[in-house]
Design a protein around this ligand. Structure first.
Ligand SMILES: Nc1ncnc2c1ncn2[C@@H]1O[C@H](COP(=O)(O)OP(=O)(O)O)[C@@H](O)[C@H]1O
Ligand SMILES: [Mg+2]
Length: 242
């Protein structure tokens, strides 16, 4: 019924944790009739067959969620390099679109985690990217970002690229907010909020969210009302102004 692409400005920004938080929050907000949710990792790189990877993390944090992985390559590289180096067939674009469309028909919510950045190729020949997937599926993109010194520049580029392609930006979300943010982080969040739809961050996941208990309750505190949570972007940013 609805597909969301969860993209990162780069790898390691907290997309996997974000997918789990969105799923847990949507399910908790659904009360007695929770939505059916499936988390998709189109290509998992850097993991051997059978090894626990991103979707195992999602399942640990949000056990009610179903998961699908379409391809896996052992080298910890971008998918097009990992397929090439592993002499394995890359994931075809048309198959990926069809698989996601089928899941969309079967589930209330399909959360697709990107690999690498927005423009990371999936295939050594066609070099299709998450941007192509969003354009073909006509689905919005949630950008998960960090709060380092380059975060605002990276996010502005990604937002501009989505605008160029007329792909709706579902939100800008801080994937890992430190318990003791440094000056760069506190300066960044105001600009990040300014780049977000309605000039509000979709959320800020506190560092440590993926460990410890009560994941769904803590995820609700970290995600905004549009995502079933209670996070107040304006108050959050106002509290950080140096
Ligand atoms: N909010 C968070 N709190 C604690 N650890 C986190 C948080 N977000 C991400 N991490 C950790 O940071 C690493 C990268 O996060 P991950 O979600 O896998 O990033 P991505 O999927 O964007 O590559 C992982 O080891 C993950 O457990
Ligand atoms: Mg991940």
């Amino acid at each position: 019924m609805s597909v969301l692409l969860v993209a990162g400005t780069r790898t390691g920004v907290g997309r996997t944790t974000t997918v789990a938080a969105l799923a847990a929050c949507a399910i908790a907000a659904g009360g007695a009739s929770p939505p059916s949710v499936v988390a998709v990792k189109p290509v998992q790189t850097g993991a051997a067959p059978g090894e626990a990877a991103d979707l195992a993390v999602v399942q640990r944090l949000a056990p009610q969620v179903d998961t699908r992985e379409f391809a896996r390559f052992p080298d910890a590289l971008a998918p097009h390099h990992a397929a090439w180096v592993g002499r394995a067939p890359a994931l075809p674009f048309a198959d990926t679109v069809r698989h996601i469309d089928d899941l969309d028909a079967a589930y209330d919510l399909v959360l697709v985690e990107g690999v690498g950045g927005l423009l990371t190729p999936f295939d050594p020949d066609r070099r299709w990217t998450l941007l192509d997937l969003a354009a073909d599926l006509h689905c919005p993109v949630l950008l998960v970002v960090d709060v380092g010194v380059d975060a605002v520049a990276d996010t502005a580029l990604a937002v501009a690229r989505l605008e160029d392609e007329q792909i709706p930006l579902a939100g800008v979300l801080v994937g890992r907010w430190p318990a003791e943010p440094d000056l760069a982080a506190r300066c960044a969040v105001g600009d990040l909020q300014g780049l977000a739809p309605d000039r509000r961050l979709a959320g800020a996941l506190p560092d440590g969210l993926s460990s410890g208990g009560r994941f769904a309750a803590r995820a609700r505190a970290a995600l905004g009302p549009a995502w079933g949570g209670r996070f107040d972007s304006r108050a959050f940013v106002a509290a950080q102004v140096p």
